[in-house]
Design a protein around this ligand. Structure first.
Ligand SMILES: [Zn+2]
Length: 181
C-alpha cells in the first residue's frame, strides 16, 4: 500500500474499503490518458454498487460537449441515474470514485444524488497548483458530508493522479476558466 499514511477520511479508515479504492482509482488513472486522447478533460469518475457492479463511468466533457457543468462526477452521476432510472440513488448504496477531489459544483451534485461514499485521488489544492483550474470554495465539506451520512476518503494514489494532470498540462491541452476581470 503506497501513501497510506497521507489518506484523509471523515470516518475511521476501513482497510478493505481503502484497498478497493486504491485498486479502482489506479484503474481510472491508467485509463484516463486514452479518454484525454479522444477529447475528454483530465478527470474520470466511476460509480459502483454494493455488489461491486460498475454502474457508470464518465470523464469530464466540458470542452467536447460545450457545457461548463460536464465534470466527470456530474456526467457519471447523470449516467448512473439514467441507468437505474431514478433521481434518488440512495436506495442503491452507491460509491463514487474519482481521479481528483470534487469541486464546489460536484459536491452539490453528489449531495443531491444520494451517493453514499466518495473516494478521490488528487486534492483540490494540488489540482489548482498543477493545472490552474479553480476548484472553488468548500468550507468544512468533509464534516458537512459526514453530517449527511456521506463517507469520504481522499488523497488515494495521489502521486499517480498528479502525473496524469501534469501530462495533460504539458501536452498543451485546454485549461478552461470563465474570464474574470
Ligand atoms: Zn466538478
Amino acid at each position: 500500500m503506497s501513501e497510506n499514511k497521507e489518506i484523509i477520511a471523515n470516518e475511521e479508515i476501513n482497510q478493505e474499503k481503502l484497498q478497493k479504492a486504491v485498486r479502482i482509482i489506479k484503474q481510472l488513472q491508467q485509463e484516463l490518458p486514452s479518454w484525454i486522447e479522444k477529447g475528454s478533460g483530465p478527470f474520470l469518475a466511476a460509480i459502483y454498487d454494493e455488489n461491486d457492479n460498475l454502474i457508470a463511468k464518465q470523464a469530464n466533457s466540458v470542452v467536447s460537449e460545450v457545457c461548463s457543468h460536464n465534470h466527470a462526477e456530474m456526467n457519471t452521476i447523470k449516467a448512473a441515474e439514467k441507468a437505474l432510472n431514478t433521481y434518488d440513488l440512495s436506495a442503491h448504496n452507491l460509491r463514487l470514485y474519482v481521479t481528483a477531489e470534487p469541486c464546489m459544483m460536484c459536491l452539490g451534485g453528489i449531495m443531491w444524488s444520494g451517493i453514499k461514499e466518495v473516494y478521490y485521488s488528487v486534492p483540490s489544492k494540488r489540482v489548482e497548483e498543477i493545472t490552474g483550474f479553480d476548484e472553488g470554495f468548500k468550507p468544512d465539506w468533509l464534516q458537512e458530508f459526514r453530517k449527511r451520512g456521506i463517507v469520504v476518503y481522499g488523497n488515494i494514489e495521489q502521486k499517480i493522479g498528479e502525473e496524469v494532470l501534469q501530462n495533460y498540462v504539458t501536452a498543451g491541452n485546454t485549461v478552461y476558466q470563465p474570464e474574470r476581470k
